[in-house]
Design a protein around this ligand. Structure first.
Ligand code: MG
Length: 218
């Protein structure tokens, strides 16, 4: 299933049975290397919050898993982001930019590889966020991020979607080898990316954004 350039594709984070977040993107390219998406500043997105408005990071995980949640629409406040989903890989690589829209750093989001769907009018790619991330700086130095969050959640295995901690760290270390070697996509590719000027931010989520996610084994 290849997505045509310019097409709207929803990058959705599936949190167990729920849709934790939705980010509407445009397809920059989709080829054997993987899927490259552009999330424009000011786009409508969704986030999952407790009924009192607090998010998963605003409380202990042990509390979060006891609370009913709702999905609210908000706006992507930061600069636009390129998201690259390498084919067959359990991570995506985000290209963060500064307020003048120049490349700032990479961010490796460890996640279950995207499951694509296409309803004809709308398409998407569903991932499961593994919480552990890697921040990568332009000189290819790097650091783990959110190890504490991972550890906190691993302590609640009956509610957590990361099942194999050792495999997660191993897959992160595999990416680190490519970072340190300056291999694609950490070789400068797309750091000068400019989005198509006709791509307006999404004023609202396209209808169908809340389509049921396919069950995953992971
Ligand atoms: Mg993450």
């Amino acid at each position: 299933m290849a997505f045509a350039p310019g097409r709207t594709v929803l990058y959705r984070n599936i949190d167990g049975p729920r849709i934790a977040s939705v980010r509407p993107c445009r397809v920059v390219s989709d080829d054997e290397r993987g899927l490259l998406l552009w999330l424009a500043r000011g786009s409508a997105i969704t986030v999952e919050v407790a009924l009192d408005g607090r998010g998963i990071r605003d409380m202990p995980f042990t509390e979060w898993v006891t609370l009913p949640t709702k999905v609210i629409e908000t706006t992507w406040q930061g600069p636009g982001v390129l998201k690259f989903l390498p084919t067959g890989a359990d991570h995506s690589v985000w290209f963060f930019r500064d307020d003048r829209d120049r490349f700032k750093n990479w961010y490796v989001n460890l996640e279950a590889r995207g499951l694509r769907w296409d309803d004809g009018t709308l398409a998407g790619v569903d991932v499961i966020d593994y919480d552990l991330d890697i921040e990568v700086f332009p000189d290819r130095t790097w650091r783990w991020k959110d190890e504490d969050e991972l550890a906190e959640r691993l302590a609640v295995p009956e509610h957590y979607w990361v099942r194999d901690e050792a495999a997660l760290w191993a897959s992160g270390r595999d990416v680190v080898k490519r970072i340190e070697a300056g291999d694609f996509p950490f070789d400068g590719t797309w750091t000068d990316f400019e989005p198509d000027p006709s791509w307006e931010p999404f004023a609202s989520l396209p209808a169908g954004w809340d389509r049921r996610a396919e069950p995953r084994t992971f």
